[in-house]
Design a binder for this molecule. Sequence first.
Ligand code: EPU
Length: 420
Amino acid sequence: MQEVIKIEGGKKLNGRIRVSGSKNATVALIPAAVLACGPVTIVGVPGIADVDSLSKILQILSVRVIEKDDHLIIDPSEMRNVDLDDDVVTKLRASYYFMGALLGKYGYVRMKMPGGCYLGPRPIDLHIKGFEALGAKVDYDRGCYTIKAAHLRGTKIFLDIASVGATINIMMAAVYAEGRTVIENAAREPEIIDVATMLNKMGARIRGAGTNVITIDGVDYLGGCFHEIIPDRIETGTFVIMAAAAAEEMTVENVIPKHIESLTMKLQEMGADLDIGIDSITVRRSRRLMRAVDITTKPYPGFATDLQQPLTTLLTQAGGTSLVTDTIYKERFKHCMELQRMGADIEIRNGSAMINGPTRLYGDKVTATDLRCGASLVIAGLIADGVTEIHDIYHIDRGYDRIDEKLKAVGARIRREFTD
Ligand code: EPU
């Protein structure tokens, strides 16, 4: 038996939908909290499976976790730095943030190779190089990393690629290091600012987060704090694209519009009718056929790779040929195969998808091969003729907070069912 999502297409969405706290910030904030010596309260935690997996890791480390509504209280006062060899580590990629956090706090970490969505090769060499530059010795043996350092010393680290994960991981490893660490060519994603903000509330001295040079001056002590997570810009983008595809009028609330400007500009270029407020975006049905556009994914503030997949579905409804190129993950096109099954006209060539539209989509049995592929299929299901049945929805539940309930509330005909 497995759980599937079934969507009856063609129903117009109407109303207001609220965005949850950022998944990619949360999955870094939870490991970052163990750097404190007292309780850290994080507010706006999304109800997603990745948070459950991280909570399980915290419990393995004897960290007290109290969950109440969207609050998470993490108390590491009685924490024990045991080996992280449980299979839960392989369920998500973000478990690698325990490398930086435990190395920073104890000078020692042993853990399994992290897992996560398959989007093509996802090495962590830059994280490792960063730890080594701070003075750690890293060994890899039969799927397990051992990272140790008698003493971590601040240094200058240049990232060959502006990696989100490496930037955050090095930041966490460096907060207790002696002296100053400078990360050059750091990633600039809003989630990095959020993590730096919380670490600074705990007592860290991090400057420059959000720019490509981050400076961390080591401190001796980090205490507890209270932190509210930024809204999820990828969930925001997903709902805005969904509204452009399937809504009469829908308002997406709890939004920082600046964070998805690269998307909203593209949607406007396509002819979408958007009303951008201070913390909300209203999308009205466009009476005219949308225009095809070209997209190339880039690190922030460029077009987010995570929104490339949901946008592909909308591009099947635009007139003309759109070209989507993913420079971050060249193989992130599995969703196209599923969309083709539903009637899309897409050709994949050398890290790009060529989408010819508009095409009618038809409900079918499809598979969420990864998280954002799942989101692209939910959007497809909303506009397709007939019923779409999405399999492997655990990928969707890893990163979207009760997506079916939120969509039902704006009029979608969507339900979960168990099937053989
Ligand atoms: N890279 C390396 N070596 C490294 C690290 C990265 O070559 O040591 C490469 C990657 O292979 C990729 C590029 O650098 O080509 C950028 O990767 P990055 O490290 O920035 O990605 P990440 O930290 O592993 C986060 C998000 C992803 C999102 C990417 C890009 C989290 C937990 N994950 O991954 O989110 O796609 O940044 O913005 O924050 C998602 O939410 O669906 C998702 C996959």
